[in-house]
Design a protein around this ligand. Structure first.
Ligand code: SF4
Length: 683
C-alpha cells in the first residue's frame, strides 16, 4: 500500500512567549515532523527542543476524549449533552441564589486570543460578572501594571529585531537560554558580535558565563539594585538631560530618594559588591544603544510592580525608550499567549484592549457591540477566587486550560478552595491535578488542533492553525464556550475565530487593523494596529508616550523587604523557575519524548549547604516551608550561592507549590514565587 503524502501546516508554537513559526508535517492523522519556519518572523528558521519535539502528548493514551462527570463513585464518562446540562443547571442555580458574582472563570495563555475573547464575553455579557482572570496574574501582571504606569501601554516597548541591534544588554531575572531558547541563542549571538552584557540574577543562569558583569542580588532585593544603578547613572551624569526635560517627569522625587542608594548601602542590602554595581551602571549608562530584557525574576515578588517601575527608571534616565538611542524595556513573556490573554480582556478590571471596566466610555463601547449592559465593578483576581470559594461565596469555578493545583502558590489552600466550591469545571487535555478535584471535566483540544491567533512577547499577532483534529469527542475551548453559552440559552455571536477577532477589533480599536485574512497574507502584525491599511507598530512611544500627559513617568520607590526572609527556623531561600526541556506544569512535555531529557524535578543546592545537611547528588530530601512540604532529589551545583535553593515545578507529583507562599505583589497580586523560606530534613 502507498503511504499517504505529507501535509504541511504553518502554525505558531504553543509553548513559550517567543512565538516561533513552525511547519507541522502530518501523515495519517499523526505528526511526522515539526520544522521551524525559515521565514518565521521571530524565529527565522530556529526552534527549541520544546517546539520541535514535544508533540508526543497528542496521541498519549491519557488524552481525555470524553466529558467526565463526578458521581458518588468518582468521575465517570458522560455525553456532552449531559455535561453541558449539568453545567448550565449549576450556573443558573448559582446566579439565581447568590448573584452573578458567585461565578468565576480562570482563563489561560494556552487558549487562543479568540478563545480568551469569547470566555470573557461569556462571563461579562451572559453571566454578568467581571470575575474572569488569566494566568498572567501569576507571572507578568506586574509588567502590565508597571509598564502602563511608566509608559502608558502594558506591552514591551520594542520589537525583538530592535533588541538585536543593542550594544549593551541588561538581562534581568530571566534565563532565556532555558526558558526562551530561541531568544537566548540570539542574545548570545549579539554578545558574540560585540554587545556588552550585564546579567542580574541570583543564579549563574546560562547567559551569566558570557556576561561582562553578573550581579547576584539576594532574592527579593531587586528594587535596591535598580535604585543603586540609577544612583550611579545620576551621580556620574550618565543621563539624557534633554529627554528628561521634555519627555519625562518625576526626576526631583527620584533624585531625592536615590540619595539613600549609594553603592555601599545597596551592597549591604543586596549582597552585590559595590564595584560590580558601579561597573554595571557604567556599561548600561555609557552604551549607545542599550536594551533591557527581563523575566519573572523581576515580577514574581511582593514588590514586583515596583521592580518593573524601578527597572524602567533606568531606560528613562538614559533616554533609551521611545527614541533611537536605545531599545527600551522588554518583558520575556513566559507562556505563548500571556500577552494575548490579557489583550483580550480576560482580566477582572480590564476589557479587551485595556479599557477599565469602571470607565463608562470603554464599557459603553463593549455594551454597544455586545448589545447588553455590563457590570462596572472589578471582579475577583485568581487568589481572591480561591478565598471566595473557601468562604462559601463562590459557587462555580470554571478553569480553562490551567492546572491551578500544580502551578498556583500555596497549593494546599488551592485544593481546599476547589473542594469547598460546589461546582468546579476543568477543561484540559489530561486528567490534571485540578481536573481530579473537578465536578465536570471537559476534554479540550491542544494548540496543534486549534484555529485562531496568539500574541507573542513583542506584541505580534500570529496565526494558529489546526494540523490535526482533536481526538475522540475533545473540542476546542472556542467550541466549548459556545456550547456552554447555548446550554444557558445564550448566543455569543461570532461563530468562527475569524469573526471573534473581527468583533474584538470593534470593542478594542487598538486591534481593529488585525484580521485572520491579513495575518494569512502578512504572517505577523504587532499591535497597536488600529488601521487595516497600515502596519502595526513595532517600536512604541516614538513621538509621545501613551500616558495621559504623553510623558514617561519615573517612579521613586524605596526598597521594601520580601514577604519572607531566612531565619533560624527556615534558613534557606527557595527560588522556583523552569528548566529547558519542560513547560510549566509539564502536562504536555512530560508526555512527550522530552521526558528522556529530564525525568524529574530536582532541588539545586550549593555544595556548602549540601555538606552541611549531609546530602549528596540524588539523595531525596524533605523540604518544609511555613506553608507545606515536598520531597525532592537534590542536585549539588555551584549555579547557586550558599543559602539558596532552586527548583522547577514541571512534575506535579513533587508538589513544589505546596511550599510557595500566599505573599503576592501589593499592586497586582502576582505571587512571590521567587522567595520562600524553607528548611531541609532527610527523608
Ligand atoms: Fe520557540 Fe519558545 Fe516554542 Fe521553543 S518553546 S520553539 S523558543 S516558541
Amino acid at each position: 500500500t502507498r503511504r499517504a503524502s505529507l501535509t504541511s501546516t504553518r502554525t505558531t508554537c504553543g509553548y513559550c512567549g517567543v512565538g516561533c513559526a513552525l511547519d507541522v508535517l502530518t501523515r495519517d492523522g499523526d505528526v511526522a515532523a515539526v520544522r521551524p519556519a525559515a521565514d518565521g518572523p521571530v524565529n527565522r528558521g530556529h526552534a527549541c527542543v520544546k517546539g520541535r519535539f514535544s508533540h508526543g502528548f497528542l496521541r498519549s493514551p491519557e488524552r481525555l476524549t470524553r466529558p467526565l462527570l463526578r458521581r458518588r463513585s468518582g468521575l465517570e464518562p458522560v455525553s456532552w449533552g449531559e455535561a453541558l446540562d449539568h453545567i448550565a443547571r449549576g450556573l443558573r442555580a448559582a446566579v439565581g441564589e447568590a448573584g452573578p458574582d458567585a461565578v468565576a472563570a480562570i482563563s489561560s495563555a494556552r487558549a487562543t486570543n479568540e478563545e480568551n475573547y469569547l470566555i470573557q464575553k461569556f462571563m461579562r455579557a451572559v453571566i454578568g460578572t467581571n470575575n474572569v482572570d488569566n494566568c498572567s496574574r501569576l507571572c507578568h501582571s506586574p509588567s502590565a501594571a508597571g509598564l502602563t504606569a511608566a509608559f502608558g501601554l502594558p506591552g514591551g516597548t520594542d520589537g525583538f529585531e530592535d533588541v538585536e541591534r543593542a550594544d549593551c544588554l541588561l538581562v534581568v531575572g530571566a534565563n532565556p537560554v532555558e526558558a526562551h531558547p530561541v531568544v537566548g541563542a540570539r542574545l548570545l549571538q549579539q554578545v558574540l558580535k560585540g554587545a556588552r552584557l550585564v546579567v542580574v540574577d541570583p543564579r549563574a543562569v546560562g547567559l551569566a558565563g558570557h556576561a561582562d558583569v553578573h550581579l547576584r542580588p539576594r532574592p527579593g532585593t531587586n528594587v535596591a539594585v535598580f535604585n543603586g544603578l540609577a544612583h550611579v547613572l545620576l551621580a556620574e551624569n550618565l543621563i539624557d538631560e534633554e529627554f528628561l526635560r521634555h519627555r519625562a517627569d518625576g526626576l526631583p522625587a527620584l533624585a531625592a530618594l536615590l540619595d539613600d542608594y549609594a553603592p555601599d548601602r545597596v551592597s549591604t542590602i543586596t549582597g552585590v559588591p559595590a564595584p560590580d554595581l558601579v561597573a554595571a551602571a557604567r556599561l548600561y549608562g555609557r552604551a549607545e544603544r542599550p536594551a533591557i530584557v527581563y523575566g519573572l525574576g523581576v515580577t514574581e515578588h511582593l514588590h514586583g510592580t515596583d521592580g518593573v517601575r524601578t527597572l524602567a527608571n533606568l531606560a528613562i534616565l538614559r533616554g533609551a525608550v521611545g527614541t533611537e538611542r536605545g531599545f527600551g524595556v522588554n518583558p520575556l513573556r513566559g507562556q505563548n499567549n500571556v500577552q494575548g490573554a490579557s489583550d483580550m480582556g480576560a482580566l477582572p478590571d480590564l476589557l479587551p484592549g485595556y479599557g477599565r471596566v469602571g470607565d463608562p466610555v470603554a464599557r459603553a463601547r463593549a455594551e454597544q457591540v455586545w448589545g447588553t449592559r455590563l457590570p462596572a465593578h472589578d471582579g475577583l483576581r485568581i487568589a481572591q477566587m480561591f478565598a471566595a470559594a473557601r468562604s462559601g461565596d463562590l459557587r462555580v469555578l470554571w478553569v480553562v486550560g490551567e492546572d491551578v493545583c500544580a502551578t498556583d502558590p500555596d497549593a494546599d489552600r488551592v485544593v481546599e478552595a476547589l473542594e469547598a466550591c460546589p461546582l468546579v469545571i476543568s477543561q484540559d487535555l489530561f486528567l490534571s491535578e485540578t481536573a481530579r478535584h473537578a465536578d465536570v471535566v471537559l476534554p479540550a483540544a491542544s494548540w496543534l488542533e486549534k484555529d485562531g491567533t496568539f500574541v507573542n512577547f513583542d506584541r505580534r499577532f500570529q496565526r494558529v492553525r489546526p494540523a490535526l483534529a482533536p481526538p475522540g469527542e475533545a473540542r476546542t475551548d472556542f467550541a466549548v464556550v459556545h456550547a456552554i453559552a447555548a446550554a444557558c440559552g445564550a448566543d455569543l455571536g461570532c461563530p468562527t475565530p475569524a469573526a471573534a477577532l473581527a468583533e474584538c477589533g470593534r470593542v478594542a480599536p487598538v486591534f481593529a487593523g488585525i484580521s485572520h485574512q491579513r495575518l494569512d497574507r502578512e504572517g505577523a502584525i504587532p499591535w497597536p494596529c488600529p488601521d487595516p491599511g497600515r502596519p502595526g507598530q513595532v517600536k512604541l512611544h516614538r513621538d509621545r508616550f501613551a500616558t495621559p500627559d504623553g510623558l514617561a513617568h519615573l517612579a521613586a520607590r524605596p526598597y521594601l523587604p520580601p514577604g519572607e526572609s531566612a531565619d533560624d527556623d527556615y534558613p534557606l531561600i527557595l527560588i522556583t523557575g523552569r528548566r529547558w526541556a519542560h513547560y510549566n506544569s509539564g502536562n504536555m512535555t512530560r508526555r512527550s519524548g522530552n521526558i528522556r531529557l529530564d525525568a524529574a524535578d530536582r532541588l539545586d543546592i550549593h555544595p556548602a549547604d549540601a555538606a552541611r545537611h549531609g546530602v549528596r547528588d540524588g539523595d531525596r530530601v524533605l523540604v518544609q516551608s511555613r506553608h507545606g512540604r515536598a520531597t525532592l532529589p537534590v542536585r549539588v551545583t555551584e549555579e547557586l550561592l550558599p543559602g539558596q535553593l532552586f527548583c522547577a515545578f514541571h512534575f506535579p507529583s513533587s508538589r513544589v507549590n505546596a511550599l510557595t507562599s500566599g505573599h503576592a505583589d501589593t499592586v497586582t497580586s502576582c505571587p512571590e514565587y521567587k522567595v520562600t523560606a524553607v528548611r531541609l530534613r532527610g527523608s
